[in-house]
Structures are given as structure tokens and as C-alpha cells.
Ligand binder design. Structure first.
Ligand code: HAM
Length: 419
């Protein structure tokens, strides 16, 4: 038991870690071009931040948070998502005093006590972006443009952009009335949690995972039919920008998102089976919800790194290989250890991947090891080599060898195979 991790989490190492690093580095490098700055917020926050930010009636807060009381008797929660903490940090560090918009991105772990089924982990990783300070639909278009380019760089083709608008607080009031009228006579077939949600926050009934509730809400009124003029204009402008940028999208009135902070635009990139690769939207009231003195619009998205990797696997996308070991420096005899290790150290300082012997293996066993780790070239340093300041550099693929001076090995690495 002690050698087994808890359910719903995974270890990262070897090939999976290599692939994850490529995804993260690709995203980081693109974020740099979009002039977004990286932020790392703590793994845990005061529970109330998520209760207020994400919303009391959401599945995340009601069922999925890892909450505990710390030794100082404070209620603490491991972050279930990245937005609330980022906005808390934005406010705590007065980032609103800097020129707007503030464009932040993060790579974070997130914890949700979900049923560990395919694609749902209890600890997952997200790459996320939050753009704070602008009301313009260009912000949502920028987020979508960023994701489109990222998916292209990763070689992913199957994810489609679905967008919707859920309006602002004023539209929501009208919509909630219509939704309540629709749900009222179906109340008895809803799950107990949804019956409670009807009273507190009817929109949340729409993203209940219970199959009976899902069936009922299929015919429910749509938020887009209750938008006021400003929200309708915003949604239309966004669509115009997307069209002019050549970003393909589909209006999908089923999307409402499972977190409370969204206003106006919501969106997801989904595969053929409707599985979300990433999700996000505008959240103009969250800043005010966390600090009532501030009223600042914002929008963002979160993308599951495990989801990206599994989508990439499904599309059979090849990853560039890890840097190979350019040189294995073998050792023959105690006297050669310091010189051999000196060569390894010098080459590593130049960024050349090299390895040596730490196990006291025989020369034959060292060559076998060098072969196993895929070393491109090898040299053996023994007393003769020390004396002559020269060694034999062997190309492991072609078997060809050349003599090189010990202080010139790095220059010869590129060419030994051709001699
Ligand atoms: P979310 O839709 O809850 O949104 O999560 C974003 C993405 O994280 C999902 O689309 C999915 O790829 C991944 N994800 C979520 N839960 C899990 C899980 N249990 N296992 C594996 N992957 C998962 C948010 O979290 C918002 N904070 C996004 C956002 C940022 N909205 C505005 N700004």
C-alpha cells in the first residue's frame, strides 16, 4: 500500500515527463510572444476565496475541494483551479496600478476530488491565461487565437472551438426566471442537489453530471435568447473578430461552464466526443467579488495538460526525442577517474550531454552501458591516454574511430563518424 500512490493521481517521469515538458515549453514560448507574464501562486488558499470566487453552488465547491483545517485553525483548500488565486494575487499586489491589461499565464497543479474516470484526475495540471483590465471582445479573441496557435504548434487538429454567451447579471435575472419556470414542473425528477440549486443558482442545474438531470435540461431555455443589447453586441463583435481572423468556431448554446464567475462569453475547445481540452470565458465580476473596492473586467482560460497529452496520443502526434547522450567517457583504472570526470564536467558546462562511469564497471560493461543509454560516441580514458594526452573517439553507430587530443574532444564530437 505504501508503494502505491492514492487514486486519481499520477507520477511524472521518463517519456511522459519529456512530453509534458515539451507541451509546457511550447505554451510558455508562445505566451512570451503574446506578451504574457508567468505567475505562480501558492498551492493552497483560504477556502473562502474559492467559495466566493468559484461559487458555493458549483460541483467544484460542493463536492470536489480538498479542504482541511490547519494547525492555526484556518480553513485551507488546495487550489481546484487557477483563476481565483491569480486574481487574489493580482489584487494583493496592486497589479491594477500597472498599465492595463495585465496578461498573466500559469502552469499549475489543481486538485479536485472527482470520480477518477478517464480524463478526470484528482490532481491535474493546467496551463492557464488570465487577461485582466479590458472589456473588449478582442481579449476573448486573443485567448482563442492563442489556443488555436498553440494547438497548431503541437500538431493537434481535432479540437473545435465552441462559444456561447451567458450574459451579465442583468440578463441572468431574466434568464433565471425563464429557466425556473421551465424547471418547476420537472422538479421532482431532478436530483436533490439540483432542487436546492434551483433556489440558489438555477444556472448550475445545467451542468449537473447526473444523467437524469442532463436529460431534463436538454430542452431548457438558452441564455443567448435572453441577452441585453450590450451583451448581444459584445457576442456579435467577438464573432466578427473571429471571422476576420479566420478562426473557425461554432455557437454552442449548451455551454454554460461549471464555475460561477463567468459573464458574457464562455468557450471550450472540444474533440469529436465533446470532451473539453480547455475551457474559459469572460468573468467581469470576479475581481469585485474578491475585493469589493475594485471593479475590473477580465477573461481567461485553463487547459488540461493531461488532456492535451491524451488528445495528442489519440492523434498519434510524434514528439521530438530527448537530447541523446553525445559522448560516453569511459574510465580504465583509478588514475584516470579525475581526468575523465574533468572532461565530462568541461563538456557539460558547454551544454553537451555526456555520461561516465559511477559503478566501477569493467571497460566491456561500460561499453554495454553506453550502448544501452544510446550514447552517440565513446572514449575510454586509461593510463596510456593520460600519458599521450590522446584517446580513441568511437562512433557507436558506424563503429569508426579516430584519435583525438583530450583537450579537443568537444571539437571532434561532431565529426568522428565521418572520418
Ligand atoms: P475548467 O473547465 O474547470 O476551468 O478546467 C480547465 C481545463 O482543465 C478543462 O478543460 C480540462 O482540460 C482540465 N481539467 C479540469 N478538471 C480536470 C480533471 N479533474 N482532470 C483532468 N483535467 C481536468 C477552469 O479551471 C477555469 N479556471 C478556466 C478559466 C481560466 N476560466 C477563466 N480563466
Amino acid at each position: 500500500m505504501i508503494t502505491q500512490a492514492p487514486r486519481g493521481v499520477q507520477d511524472w517521469f521518463g517519456e511522459a515527463m519529456h512530453k509534458r515538458r515539451i507541451v509546457e515549453e511550447t505554451a510558455r514560448s508562445l505566451a512570451n510572444a503574446y506578451h504574457m507574464q508567468e505567475i505562480i501562486t501558492p498551492m493552497f488558499e483560504h477556502t473562502v476565496l474559492f467559495q466566493r470566487g468559484v461559487g458555493e453552488t458549483t460541483d467544484v465547491v460542493q463536492k470536489e475541494m480538498y479542504t482541511f483545517t490547519d494547525k492555526g485553525n484556518r480553513s485551507i483548500t488546495l487550489k481546484p483551479e487557477g483563476t481565483a488565486g491569480t486574481i487574489r494575487a493580482y489584487l494583493e499586489h496592486n497589479m491594477y496600478a500597472e498599465p492595463a491589461p495585465k496578461k498573466l499565464f500559469y502552469v499549475t497543479q489543481a486538485f479536485r476530488y472527482e470520480k477518477p474516470q478517464s480524463g478526470r484526475l484528482r490532481q491535474h495540471h493546467q496551463f492557464g491565461v488570465e487577461i485582466v483590465g479590458s472589456e473588449s471582445p478582442l481579449v476573448e479573441a486573443e485567448l482563442m487565437s492563442f489556443i488555436t496557435e498553440l494547438l497548431k504548434r503541437l500538431g493537434l487538429k481535432g479540437a473545435k472551438l465552441h462559444i456561447n454567451s451567458i450574459g451579465c447579471a442583468a440578463c441572468r435575472k431574466q434568464y433565471n426566471e425563464a429557466l425556473l419556470a421551465f424547471l418547476n414542473d420537472k422538479k421532482d425528477s431532478l436530483c436533490p442537489l439540483c432542487r436546492e440549486r434551483m433556489l440558489k443558482n438555477p444556472l448550475r442545474v445545467l451542468d449537473c453530471k447526473n444523467p437524469e438531470c442532463r436529460e431534463i435540461v436538454k430542452a431548457s431555455p438558452r441564455t443567448v435568447d435572453y441577452l441585453d443589447e450590450a451583451c448581444r453586441n459584445h457576442f456579435e463583435s467577438l464573432q466578427k473578430i473571429l471571422t476576420s481572423l479566420g478562426i473557425a468556431y461554432e455557437v454552442d448554446t449548451d455551454i454554460v461552464r461549471g464555475l460561477d464567475y463567468y459573464t458574457r462569453t464562455v468557450f471550450e475547445f472540444v474533440n469529436q466526443d465533446g470532451f473539453a481540452l480547455c475551457g474559459g470565458g469572460r468573468y467581469d465580476n470576479l475581481v469585485k467579488e474578491i475585493d469589493e473596492k475594485q471593479d475590473i473586467p477580465a477573461a481567461g482560460f485553463g487547459m488540461g495538460i493531461e488532456r492535451i497529452l491524451s488528445f495528442m496520443e489519440a492523434e498519434q502526434i510524434a514528439f521530438p526525442p530527448e537530447d541523446p547522450v553525445a559522448l560516453y567517457v569511459g574510465v580504465l583504472g583509478e588514475d584516470a577517474i579525475a581526468t575523465a570526470y574533468g572532461i565530462v564536467r568541461r563538456l557539460r558546462a558547454k551544454g553537451i550531454v555526456c555520461e561516465t562511469d559511477y559503478m566501477g564497471r569493467s571497460v566491456k560493461a561500460q561499453m554495454k552501458y553506453a550502448n544501452k543509454i544510446g550514447a552517440k560516441k565513446t572514449v575510454i580514458i586509461g593510463s596510456e591516454e593520460l600519458e599521450k594526452n590522446e584517446a580513441v573517439l568511437k562512433d557507436m553507430e558506424s563503429g569508426e574511430s579516430i584519435r583525438v587530443r583530450l583537450d579537443e574532444i568537444e571539437n571532434a564530437i561532431g565529426g568522428a563518424g565521418n572520418v
